[in-house]
Design a protein around this ligand. Structure first.
Ligand SMILES: Nc1ncnc2c1ncn2[C@@H]1O[C@H](COP(=O)(O)OP(=O)(O)OP(=O)(O)O)[C@@H](O)[C@H]1O
Length: 481
């Protein structure tokens, strides 16, 4: 894999990451600390590298769940690898290693570890310190998020599942306060003409889901990510999810009445005048039935987010939450917005709010680590500690070993996808080294050639030689990092 990233595989041993004797060879390069999270597609663990050159470096290892029948590795996982191996940007999380266990066909991706994420930062301000996030921090987080997203969109990648827990922030060290976009399990490379959604399901988490998706749009664009960024921007300002709809889980139908209702209550009902293609959307008729009869007293977005109507922040936010996806602001346009040219200027370390006379680093809590859970999800890593049974991380276990459940809705399941069979995966492994550096595409993803090269060039173009940092607004030269 490029940039020193390697792919390894293990033909013997099980997936046991504990201190047992059957610890696979690849795992011996890490000290496994414990479990830090669980998403729809896998478990995430904290580990530390043992190699003398990099001793003690924190790594996040994501183990992908096996399909129920254990018949191979999901296309989601393959897609994530194929995508991540090609991309390199300061504001996108770095994949440092890929491991495949042939014994049980499990797949492990090792990423650079980030101590914080926006979900925890928002929660900390809302529940612990009960004060708003500093305007400099909000602006710096948003600028970096847009910078990473602009890179992805310029390379034909739509994230599709942006939400606070997927936006990581680096803790202490050289990259302190740098934003990293994570979780590309649901991302897909797209090329014109845009691929229809219908065979894959809709996968943007409901609170951050764009209205065109909720109304059943068959095609989606990078504008779905910009809607999510708007929702996240508002949440950074108010510490509350902007549109907190209740998901109807029983159906693959993208029409989520409560979520649309929550949006319309704040932004008013979309009109054909403002969004001409609205009437062509499959669920517009459901909307006529269920919602159009309802009168929405539009309180105005600015009053919900407590921003002056004439402020640059409000102007940018309202452009991100434009109903018509074709009129919604793009990441590149947003980076050029006046909001980022006015004080406080955004900076690389989002956790150092600049205040007259004093620079104080925000001390957010470190991630809770469940040290009783190993890669199997059930065993004890440290026999001196209590061993949990069943799913050890259910949010209700003994304090100190628990990663709390997050009350964030999950993406809708991806439906109708074939699994890559174990045999197919073996073929992938046989050529894994070549594949990691070449153009292999086992998931038949419409992949643009030379993405990494283009991305690199683009990054170089944005590089400000004076700052030694890619893409930061020139005004920031006055800021000390
Ligand atoms: N590189 C990383 N460093 C540190 N923590 C990470 C890293 N990647 C993911 N995490 C954390 O691990 C947890 C689980 O992440 P994951 O992406 O698997 O699921 P999710 O985003 O919470 O949910 P879903 O997968 O359903 O979208 C989250 O708290 C996330 O912030």
């Amino acid at each position: 894999m490029g940039d020193g990233t390697t792919a390894t595989s293990n033909r013997g041993g099980g997936g046991n990451g504990g201190s047992g004797s059957n610890k696979p060879a690849w795992l011996q390069q890490y000290d496994l600390i414990g479990k830090i999270g669980e998403g729809t597609y896998g478990l995430v663990f904290l580990a530390r590298t043992k190699s003398p050159s990099n001793r003690g470096k924190s790594i996040a290892i994501k183990k992908f769940k096996q399909s129920k029948d254990g018949d191979g590795v999901s296309p989601t996982a393959i897609r994530e690898i194929m995508l991540l191996r090609e991309i390199s940007h300061e504001n996108v999380v770095k994949l440092v290693n890929v491991h495949i266990n042939h014994a049980d066909m499990s797949l492990y991706l090792a990423f650079d570890y980030a101590e914080h994420d926006l979900y925890e930062i928002i929660r900390h301000h809302r529940d612990k310190v009960t004060n708003p996030i500093h305007p400099y921090t909000v602006k710096s987080l948003l600028w970096q998020l847009l910078n990473g997203l602009n890179y992805l969109h310029s390379n034909w990648i739509i994230h599709r599942d942006l939400k606070p827990s997927n936006i990581l922030v680096m803790g202490e060290g050289d990259e302190q306060g740098v934003v990293k976009i994570a979780d590309f399990g649901l991302a897909r490379i797209y090329q014109a003409p845009l691929k229809p959604l219908s065979d894959n399901g809709v996968v943007v988490t409901i609170w951050y889901r764009a209205p065109e998706l909720l109304l059943g749009a068959k095609h989606y664009t990078s504008a779905v990510d910009m809607w999510a960024v708007g929702c996240i921007f508002a949440e950074l300002l108010t510490l509350k999810p902007l549109f907190q709809g209740a998901e109807v889980k029983a159906t693959p139908n993208p029409f989520q009445l409560d979520q649309l209702d929550k949006i319309f209550r704040v932004l008013g009902h979309p009109t054909q005048e403002k969004w001409p293609t609205l009437v062509n959307l499959p669920h517009w008729q459901s909307d006529v039935q269920h919602i159009q009869g309802h009168k929405y007293e539009n309180p105005g977005l600015y009053s919900v987010v407590h921003l002056p109507l004439k402020s640059a922040a409000y102007d940018l936010l309202s452009k991100m939450l434009e109903y018509d996806p074709r009129k919604r602001i793009t990441a590149a346009q947003a980076l050029d917005h006046e909001y980022f040219r006015s004080e406080p200027l955004p900076g690389r370390n989002a956790l150092v709010p600049s205040q007259a006379g004093a620079e104080k680093v925000m001390n957010y809590p470190t991630r809770p680590v469940d040290t009783t859970t190993d890669f199997e999800g059930t065993n004890s890593l440290q026999t001196s500690q209590p061993v949990s049974s069943g799913n050890a991380v259910s949010g209700s276990m003994a304090a100190g070993h628990v990663v709390p459940n997050r009350s964030v809705p999950r993406p809708m399941p991806v439906v109708g996808m074939q699994r890559i069979q174990a045999q197919g995966m073996s073929a992938y492994n046989l050529t894994s080294q070549a594949a990691m550096g070449g153009g292999m595409n086992p998931g038949s993803i419409p992949m643009q050639r030379g993405v990494a090269a283009q991305a690199h060039q683009q990054q170089m173009r944005r590089k400000d030689p004076g700052m030694g940092m890619p893409g930061y607004p020139p005004q920031q030269k006055s800021r000390r990092f």
